[in-house]
Ligand binder design. Structure first.
Ligand code: 1GP
Length: 245
């Protein structure tokens, strides 16, 4: 939170244990922390076990002290070695398992492992990607920013600490118009992710009011990870500075 105040908006790097080995994760973590990414998130929709998550977190912890926040797709992808966990409720899922069921199963584990729980109202929009299929979610169309804003306001009233607008990994990024409308409706920090590759896209989303911008696939597809993330971080900070123009 302090970093958001200092920099206007921050970047987080998502690593999917299904697609990344511990060695690769360590290399990514080293480079993104040098590039100014504020935290590393670990998780994915399919193919992730606790053991895989542990191995990735431990590999990262050996090379950097950047905070590691779990982004679990299931209660069995929690690691005792992480710093915190996004305690996610998929608000627009049609299946109560993804709204309160998995959370009920995971809560005792979070407590046992001593993880800081960051409650997160998660709203899937646009194409939605794999996460929308897995979580039985009918994503909100990009043309309905008012519905996204209503979900976000409900999340704030229900006491969620953070709101996440998810476009889906590898899908079309969330349009700034939706970000702006949600930002104008709620006061809790807003996280936006899914399909963000270009600095220009990140800048517009930040300028529209996102506090935290997440990229995942970008580091899997880039040779020079540090340079790619440094450009995204710079664009995010520029976007935040130009918010009122
Ligand atoms: C996190 O799903 C995103 O919100 C990650 O998306 O892999 O497209 O960056 P990308």
């Amino acid at each position: 939170m302090e970093k958001i105040r200092e920099r206007g908006a921050i970047h987080m790097t998502l690593i999917d244990p299904d697609k990344t080995t511990p060695d690769q994760a360590a290399k990514i973590a080293r480079e993104v922390s040098k590039a100014g990414s504020a935290a590393i998130m670990i998780g994915g929709s399919t193919g992730v076990s606790e053991r895989m998550t542990d191995d990735i977190v431990l590999a990262i912890k050996q090379v950097t002290d950047i905070p590691v926040i779990l982004f679990p797709g299931t209660p069995s992808a929690l690691s005792r070695y992480a710093d915190a966990v996004w305690f996610i409720s998929v608000l627009n899922s049609a299946n109560p398992y993804f709204i309160t069921g998995a959370q009920m199963q995971g809560a005792p584990i979070v407590k046992k492992y001593g993880l800081e729980a960051l409650s997160l109202g998660y709203i899937i929009v646009g194409e939605g990607g794999t996460v929308s299929i897995v979580s039985y979610t009918r994503p909100l169309p990009f043309g309905k920013p008012d519905v996204a804003a209503a979900y976000a306001l409900a999340a704030e009233y229900m006491g969620f600490q953070f709101i996440y607008l998810e476009g889906g990994s590898g899908a079309k990024p969330v349009p700034p118009k939706i970000v702006r409308m949600v930002r104008g409706t709620v006061s809790v920090p807003l996280v936006v992710g899914g399909g963000i590759r270009r600095p220009e896209t990140a800048r517009k989303i930040s300028q529209a009011g996102a506090d935290i911008i997440v990229t995942g696939t970008l580091v899997e597809k880039t040779q020079d990870i540090q340079d790619a993330i440094a450009q995204i971080v710079k664009a995010i900070e520029e976007g935040a500075r130009n918010r009122n123009q």
